[in-house]
Ligand binder design. Structure first.
Ligand SMILES: Cc1cc2nc3c(=O)[nH]c(=O)nc-3n(C[C@H](O)[C@H](O)[C@H](O)COP(=O)(O)OP(=O)(O)OC[C@H]3O[C@@H](n4cnc5c(N)ncnc54)[C@H](O)[C@@H]3O)c2cc1C
Length: 380
């Protein structure tokens, strides 16, 4: 055996799983097709929101609370500042299912929060132009993460603890055998006991059994200059998510004293056929959509983006990740399909991935992420 555990893809989930395994003293080997901390897949673009009052479901809250602790642990171990709490604004009409889910999370887990009616919200956060029916819920355990620095920090820490890292080394294929899994990468064959698939947008190449339940999507981020920079610093302009007139978007304070980043949630139109076909050029139509949104809702920003870029991510059919042992092969563990909201969860997902690889089980409640849910859907 070249190592006990092999990891395919050292981006968000792979780096954190490697850190957890190395901490546990397990021999682990990881492969990354690009450089560590690159911005060519799901983790690029400078910032990611951390939030706890969760519109995607209250079952995520215990995971998020542990993720928070692990982010702080990684900060201590690496000496790098990764998570900055700013509060988080959740903006929308109280009638939407997302706002109802946020309230459910708050109530079930007694989360620290504030609810501002429209008038209070406009006084406190005049940067946002609100519709007549909109309110703001403030999630107190919310802020932004530094994605690429987080990945580099986790990989570096894992290396210090004995992990073996192959960057710029694409895995071509894996083969499960009676006594472990062989990994064909960079012209060599490596043998490990178990393999974790953390290949992000490329995961589908290693999860053919579930390919029909996943699609790769392109996401565009745009950066805007403020008319008055001090109004958009992290004290005055917390991270936010907003549903306005059926349209979802999110934003960040200026993290470098300069530009404010805005991102839009995906639509059916964002699907791309393969990760290798990602078009990084931004169309005039996409630029116009951002300009229209800023003109409508964020009058303190100049409406023409000064920087734009595109990234990608795998979405599953139900927008929840696939975390668990492969249904047909207990030597292979899936950690994929994070559907646009996985970054904040990464260290706890790394812990879960490590536990699944070592023991085949975890105490975390992950039934709703199991690969089998899609297998059952196929049978029905
Ligand atoms: C624009 C955008 C904004 C987002 N905003 C947020 C947010 O605010 N908050 C939040 O929590 N989440 C957010 N997300 C989601 C979050 O970033 C993702 O869920 C998370 O990064 C997915 O991690 P991953 O490990 O699956 O993929 P990745 O981080 O992309 O890692 C996969 C890695 O595998 C490597 N790889 C693939 N195939 C191979 C191979 N054959 N051999 C070797 N290496 C390989 C890739 O190069 C890559 O490095 C956002 C996503 C995007 C795209």
């Amino acid at each position: 055996m070249d190592a006990d555990i092999g990891i395919i893809g050292l981006g968000t989930m792979g780096s954190m799983t490697m850190w957890q395994l190395a901490k546990a003293g397990i021999s682990v080997i990881g492969f990354e097709q690009f450089g560590i901390g690159h911005d060519r897949s799901a983790a690029g673009g400078e910032s990611r929101i951390f939030r706890t009052a969760y519109k995607e479901g209250s079952n995520y809250v215990p995971l998020l609370k542990d993720a928070y602790k692990l982010w702080r642990e990684l900060e201590r171990e690496s000496g790098n500042r990764l998570l900055t709490l700013t509060n988080g604004l959740i903006i929308g009409s109280p009638d939407t299912s997302e706002m109802k889910n946020v309230i459910k999370s708050i109530q079930e887990y007694d989360l620290d929060h504030e609810i501002l009616n429209r008038e209070e919200a406009l006084n406190r956060y005049p940067q946002h132009r609100l519709q007549a029916d909109e309110q703001i819920i403030i999630d107190k355990l919310s802020g932004y993460l530094r994605p690429q620095l987080s990945i580099v920090s986790a990989v570096q820490r894992a290396r210090e603890l004995g992990a073996e890292i192959y960057s710029h080394t694409a895995v071509n294929h894996i083969k499960s055998e009676s006594d472990g899994v062989s990994i064909n990468a960079g012209g060599e064959v490596f043998k490990v006991r178990k393999v974790l698939i953390t290949a992000g947008p490329w995961a589908v190449n290693f999860m053919r059994d579930l390919a029909e339940f996943m699609d790769v999507r392109r996401l565009v981020n745009a950066w805007f200059l403020p008319r008055k920079a001090e109004n958009f610093n992290e004290k005055k302009f917390p991270v936010f998510t907003r549903e306005s007139e059926g349209f979802y978007y999110y934003g960040f304070p200026s993290v470098d004293g300069d530009m404010v980043k805005i991102g839009m949630f995906t639509t059916e139109k964002s699907r791309i056929s393969t990760p290798d076909s990602l078009n990084r050029a931004i169309s005039m139509e996409e630029l116009a959509a951002f300009t229209e949104l800023v003109n409508k809702d964020l009058p303190g920003l100049y409406p023409d983006p000064s920087r734009v870029n595109s990234y990608m991510e795998i979405y599953t059919a139900d927008r929840h990740p696939i975390v668990g042992t492969s249904p047909g092969d207990d030597q292979i563990i899936y950690l994929a399909g994070f559907s646009g909201h996985g970054f904040k969860l990464a260290p706890v997902m790394g812990k879960i991935g490590a536990e699944l690889a070592l023991n085949g089980v975890t105490d975390y409640q992950i039934d709703s992420f199991s690969p089998e849910r899609f297998m059952k859907a196929r049978l029905i």
